[in-house]
Design a protein around this ligand. Structure first.
Ligand SMILES: *Cc1c(COP(=O)(O)O)cnc(C)c1O
Length: 366
C-alpha cells in the first residue's frame, strides 16, 4: 500500500538531529517560552521575510490571535466582517467566528481553488475590516488584486498560510505578503511538529507586541496583564524540532514539487482534472488535488490497487452542522469542489518507484 502521507518517515530522516535538539531542551530545563522558541521565531521570521514571528499553540489560534489583537488595538470590533474563501478548511472560518466577527464567504476560482478576486469587491460593506485569503493546497492566492482592494477600502489582509510554508508569490514568501499571516505546524503540514504548534508572522510592531501579550494571558510583563488574554504558546520541545526541520524545508518542498511535476506530466487519463502546474516552482504542494465526477468509484479503485487517498474536504463549510445558519446559502463552485476533489499521495519521502506506481494505477483507470 502506498500511504497518503508518511509523517513518521518524514521525521525519521532527521532522527539524530531532532533527538539531539529535544534532549538539549530536556536537559536545559526551560520548557515554555525559552531560548528555542525565541530562536525559532527569529529564524522563521527571517525565512518568511517578515519582521516578527510569534510562536503560538496551533494554526487556529494564530488566526484568532491576529483578529483579537486588532480588536485590542482598536482596529477591529465585534461584529465586523472578514472576507474568506467559501472552500477553505474550516479553521480559517472558525477563527473569524471565535474572534466575535462575521465570516463573509466568497467563491473560489475553479482553476486555482483560491479566493476569486473578481467576487470580493461586491461583498465589501461598511463593516468589512479584513480579507483573509488562504493559500490552499500550497498554492499562493492571487494577492495583487486582494492587496489593491485592501488599499482601496482600507482593509487588513490576513494570510492563512497553514498549507503553504515556503511558497512564493512574485518573489516574496507567503507570510510576508499581507499585514499578518497564520501558520500551522500540525504534524501533516509541510513544516510539521510532533504535536500541535503554530505561528503568526507580521512586520507590524504594535500587532506583534499585542499578540505576544495575548498568547501569554495578556501579559506584557510577568504578573501584569494588559489584556484578557489566552494561554496559547508554542512549547520549547516543538520549537527545537521545528528549528531542525526548517533548515530542510526548501529541500522538502522541492521534492514535493518533483512529485507534482511527474504527476502533471505523466498522468494522462481523461477521467480526472489535474491541478494547474506552474513552472516557476512557487507552489509547495501541500496536497496534490485532482477532481472527478465519479469520486467514490475512483477512490475505491485506487484503494483496491494499493493507493491510499484522502478527500480535502468532503463537506463545504456552509453545509456543516456547525454553521446551520448558512445551510440555505449557495456557493456552486465551492459545492462542486467539495463533491469532486480527491488528494493523491504526495510527500518529500515518496520514492520514484512509488510515484511511478501511482501514475500507472491512475492511468489504468477506466
Ligand atoms: C491546518 C489548517 C489550519 C489550522 O491549523 P491547526 O494547527 O490544525 O489549528 C488553518 N487553516 C488551514 C487552511 C489549515 O490547513
Amino acid at each position: 500500500m502506498i500511504s497518503f502521507l508518511d509523517v513518521k518517515g518524514i521525521n525519521a530522516q532527521y532522527r539524530t538531529e531532532i533527538l539531539e535538539a529535544m534532549t538539549r531542551v530536556f536537559d536545559q530545563g526551560t520548557y515554555i517560552l525559552g531560548k528555542e522558541v525565541e530562536l525559532f521565531e527569529q529564524e522563521f521570521a527571517a525565512y518568511c521575510g517578515s519582521r516578527h514571528a510569534i510562536g503560538v499553540a496551533n494554526g487556529l489560534d494564530a488566526l484568532i490571535l491576529i483578529l483579537q489583537a486588532y480588536k485590542e488595538l482598536g482596529v477591529m470590533a465585534d461584529g465586523d466582517e472578514v472576507i474568506v474563501p467559501a472552500n477553505t478548511y474550516i479553521a480559517s472560518i472558525l477563527a473569524i467566528s471565535k474572534a466575535g466577527m462575521v465570516p463573509i464567504l466568497v467563491e473560489p476560482d475553479i482553476k486555482t481553488y483560491n479566493i476569486d478576486p473578481l467576487y470580493i469587491e461586491q461583498k465589501i460593506t461598511q463593516r468589512t475590516k479584513a480579507i483573509l485569503p488562504v493559500h490552499l493546497y500550497g498554492r499562493p492566492a492571487d494577492m495583487d488584486p486582494v492587496l489593491a482592494l485592501a488599499r482601496k477600502y482600507n482593509l487588513k489582509v490576513i494570510e492563512d498560510a497553514a498549507q503553504a510554508h515556503g511558497a512564493f508569490y512574485k518573489g516574496k514568501r507567503v507570510g510576508s505578503l499581507g499585514d499578518a499571516a497564520g501558520f500551522s505546524f500540525y504534524p501533516g503540514k509541510n513544516l510539521g511538529a510532533v504535536g500541535d504548534g503554530g505561528a503568526v508572522t507580521t512586520s507590524d510592531d504594535a500587532l506583534a507586541d499585542a499578540i505576544k501579550a495575548l498568547r501569554n494571558y495578556g501579559s506584557h510583563k510577568k504578573y501584569y496583564n494588559l489584556y484578557k488574554g489566552y494561554n496559547s504558546r508554542l512549547d520549547e520541545l516543538q520549537a527545537a524540532l521545528l528549528r531542525v526541520k526548517l533548515r530542510h524545508l526548501d529541500d522538502e518542498n522541492q521534492r514535493r514539487n518533483a512529485v507534482a511535476s511527474r504527476y502533471s506530466q505523466e498522468i494522462v487519463t481523461a477521467h480526472i482534472v489535474k491541478p494547474e502546474m506552474r513552472v516557476d516552482g512557487s507552489q509547495v504542494w501541500h496536497l496534490y488535488v485532482v477532481r472527478t465526477s465519479e469520486r467514490e468509484r475512483f477512490q475505491k479503485y485506487l484503494l483496491d490497487n494499493g493507493v491510499q487517498t484522502v478527500i480535502h474536504y468532503p463537506v463545504a463549510p456552509h453545509h456543516q452542522p456547525a454553521y446551520k445558519e448558512w445551510h440555505a446559502m449557495k456557493f456552486p463552485v465551492s459545492e462542486m469542489i467539495h463533491r469532486e476533489v480527491l488528494s493523491l499521495p504526495i510527500s518529500p519521502v515518496m520514492t520514484g518507484d512509488q510515484v511511478s506506481e501511482v501514475i500507472k494505477v491512475v492511468n489504468a483507470y477506466a
